[in-house]
Design a protein around this ligand. Structure first.
Ligand SMILES: [Mg+2]
Length: 378
C-alpha cells in the first residue's frame, strides 16, 4: 500500500513571516535545504506527497484570494522545477475559532485517505506546529516535527501535548535530518523507464513482506517475478507495456534493467547491510546456486544450460540476459549455477535462489551504521 508524506506549507516548506501570512511574493522565503532534501526524498524513496495547509480566513477581507494565489503558484512552480510534485493540495480556509472538521488537526480534508487503501501507519505528517503532530495522531500516522517554536499550535490542540510523544517520530530543525530519518525507514525505490520499445514502472519496498503484483505481458516472467518478491520478502510491483508484437527481448531486458536500478537504489549507501548473500536451492531434479555481492560493480558468472527454446512465452536465451542486465544496473556481482533436467524447475530454482540470496544480502542491523567494506565506500 502507498505511503504518504502529508506536508504542511508555512513553517515547513516556506518560512513563516512575522505575521504568519504568506500573502505577497516578497514574503516567500523557502525553508533552508528543503529543495535539496525533498528532491532526494522524491527521487529515492517511495512516498506520495500531499500538501495540507491551514490558511486562516482565505477568501475573506483579511486574506483576499488575489494575495494568496500568486505566492502559492510561485511556491508550487519552484518545487515543480525540482521535480517535486504534490499528488493533492488541500487547503482549509477557516479560522481557528470555527473549529471546523476540515482544519488541522482534524482530518475532514483527508477522509479519502482513511479508506484502508493507504499505508497510514507507514506515513508521516511533516509540519512545524503541534497541530500537525496531532493530525498525525488522528490519521494513525507518525509526525516529523520541525520544531522552531515549541509552543506553536499548542493552543489549538484537542488533547494534551504530552499525548503526542509517541506520535512524534522525529523532532528536528533540519530537512537533512528528515531525509536521513526517512532513508532509514523501509528501503524502497520507484523506477519509471520509457523508451520507444517499452514503458516500465517498478515499485520496490526492500523491507516489505513478500507482496507482489506483476504485469509484464509474459506469464512465465510474471511467475518468476512473483518468486522474486515472495522469497526475497520484499514488496514488488512491476508493470510493463512492451513491444511484444516484435518479440520478448526488449520487455525482458528493459524490465531487468529497471529492476536492477530499483534494487541498486533501494540498498542506498549499504550501511548496516550484510552486502553478501548466497543460497543453494533444490527443486525436485534441479539444484540452483546463487551468490550475490552488492559491492558496487557489475559482474555475472553463469553456468547453466537450457535445451528448450522457450518456457511458456519466455525464451530461455533471455534468462542469462535477464541476470546480466540486472547485474549491470544494480551494480552487483552475481554467480549463478544450475543443474537438472526439467527446464521449468531449473529456471524457477534459479529465481528462487536469487531471491533468497538477495534476502540475505540486504538484511541489515538497524542499530548499525557500519559500512561493509574496508574501502570506505561501496
Ligand atoms: Mg506550518
Amino acid at each position: 500500500m502507498q505511503k504518504i508524506l502529508f506536508i504542511d506549507r508555512d513553517g515547513t516548506m516556506v518560512l513563516e513571516p512575522d505575521d504568519y501570512q504568506v500573502d505577497a511574493l516578497e514574503k516567500v522565503e523557502f525553508y533552508p535545504q528543503v529543495f535539496q532534501y525533498l528532491s532526494r526524498i522524491v527521487t529515492e524513496l517511495d512516498y506520495t506527497l500531499v500538501m495540507v495547509s491551514n490558511q486562516d480566513g482565505l477568501g475573506t477581507d483579511s486574506y483576499p484570494e488575489e494575495t494568496f494565489w500568486p505566492a502559492q503558484r510561485a511556491i508550487l512552480k519552484a518545487f515543480a522545477n525540482e521535480n517535486i510534485e504534490f499528488s493533492e493540495i488541500l487547503i482549509d480556509r477557516t479560522f481557528k475559532h470555527e473549529n471546523a472538521p476540515t482544519r488541522k488537526p482534524n482530518t475532514g480534508l483527508l477522509t479519502h485517505y482513511l479508506t484502508g487503501d493507504y499505508d497510514l501507519a507507514g506515513s508521516f505528517v511533516i509540519g512545524d506546529r503541534l497541530t500537525d503532530m496531532e493530525l498525525a495522531k488522528n490519521l494513525g500516522s507518525r509526525g516529523i516535527w520541525l520544531r522552531n517554536d515549541p509552543a506553536l499550535g499548542a493552543d489549538e490542540l484537542a488533547g494534551e501535548a504530552a499525548a503526542l510523544e509517541d506520535v512524534i517520530a522525529l523532532t528536528t530543525q533540519s530537512w537533512a535530518d528528515i531525509y536521513t530519518f526517512l532513508r532509514g525507514q523501509a528501503r524502497g525505490a520507484r523506477v519509471y523507464r520509457k523508451t520507444h520499445e517499452t514503458e516500465i514502472q517498478v515499485r520496490l519496498n526492500l523491507d516489505g513482506s513478500g507482496q507482489y503484483k506483476h504485469q509484464t505481458g509474459i506469464g512465465f516472467f510474471d511467475h518468476m517475478l512473483d518468486q522474486l518478491a515472495k522469497h526475497a520478502h520484499c514488496d514488488l510491483a512491476v508493470d510493463v507495456s512492451g513491444d511484444l508484437h516484435i518479440d520478448e527481448h526488449h520487455t525482458i531486458e528493459d524490465t531487468a534493467l529497471a529492476l536492477g536500478e530499483a534494487f541498486g537504489r533501494a540498498v542506498g549507501d549499504k550501511r548496516g547491510m550484510e552486502r553478501y548473500g548466497f543460497y543453494l536451492l533444490p527443486m525436485d531434479d534441479c539444484l540452483a546456486q546463487v551468490a550475490i555481492d552488492f559491492g558496487g560493480r557489475p559482474w555475472l558468472v553463469w553456468d547453466a544450460e537450457f535445451c528448450r527454446e522457450k518456457i511458456g512465452q519466455f525464451p530461455t536465451e533471455m534468462i542469462y540476459h535477464f541476470f546480466k542486465s540486472f547485474s549491470d544496473t544494480a551494480r552487483c556481482n552475481l554467480n549463478i549455477q544450475a543443474r537438472g533436467e526439467n527446464e521449468h524447475h531449473k529456471v524457477e530454482a534459479i529465481f528462487k535462489a536469487f531471491a533468497r540470496a538477495i534476502r540475505m544480502a540486504v538484511r541489515r542491523d538497524p542499530d548499525s551504521q557500519d559500512l561493509p567494506s574496508t574501502k570506505g565506500t561501496l
